[in-house]
Design a protein around this ligand. Structure first.
Ligand SMILES: [Zn+2]
Length: 220
């Protein structure tokens, strides 16, 4: 499995683009905001990845419904075979464009797609060359979910936990400190070597310690 990263600037979330040899599917984790810079970067990466593919599909998995992770669908406008996926709660927030998305706070941009594929807790994402599983990890929002690759021991964590022992805010709609602590406990039990979070840098050492330290900060 190959991981390409478009690093989010400012409020923008990181975007992770996963590809694998012999897999006619690209998995994009989170979309960032719309905007020229993201647009250019994403097109470039996808163009290169799909160069030798004839019949490919793009799946966009959204870790949660916040605008800084879900607004960039225009960047994929030239692709016809795009499917959006998420946990059921996140799908509900996005499809209903409700207050949990924070859309009303942002003031520009709109969600112009529907999340059709819903993943249950511990459900696998079909993807050759990896062993991907969706793990529901509520607390930052009630619909937060991470993608875990058992094969490479990688965690795509959205805003659940960040490198530097930080975690997502719990004071936004449906945020809950106790729930987030429970989610961090669950994630700390995984075998982990790589942490790819929704904002900031990645982490390739002491990932479990980082999660436990984030939990401690939250319990304080
Ligand atoms: Zn968020």
């Amino acid at each position: 499995m190959q991981v390409e990263i478009i690093r989010g600037e400012g409020l923008n979330s990181n975007i992770f683009i996963l590809s694998s040899e012999n897999e006619e599917k690209i998995l994009v984790i989170d979309l960032g905001l719309d905007g020229l810079q993201t647009n250019f970067a994403l097109k470039k990466v996808l163009g290169k990845m799909t160069e030798k593919m004839t019949d490919f599909q793009i799946e966009v998995f959204l870790t949660h419904c916040h605008i800084d992770h879900v607004l960039g669908s225009d960047n994929l406008a030239e692709f016809t075979n795009v499917q959006y996926s998420a946990s059921s709660q996140t799908a509900k927030h996005i499809n209903e464009k409700d207050t949990v998305t924070l859309l009303s706070m942002y003031g520009s941009g709109e969600i112009n797609y529907t999340v059709e594929k819903v993943y249950k807790d511990n459900e696998k994402i079909t993807f050759k060359g990896a062993d991907l599983e969706v793990i529901h990890s509520p607390g930052h929002t009630d619909g937060c979910a991470v993608v875990y690759d058992k094969k490479s021991k990688s965690l795509f964590a959205g805003d659940v936990v960040f490198a530097g022992a930080g975690c997502g805010r719990v004071d936004l709609p449906t945020g809950n400190r106790t729930t987030l602590i429970a989610s961090l406990n669950k994630l700390a039990e995984l075998e982990l070597e790589h942490l790819y979070s929704g904002h900031g840098p990645d982490l390739h050492t002491n990932v479990k310690e980082n999660i436990l330290a984030a939990k401690k900060m939250l319990e304080w």
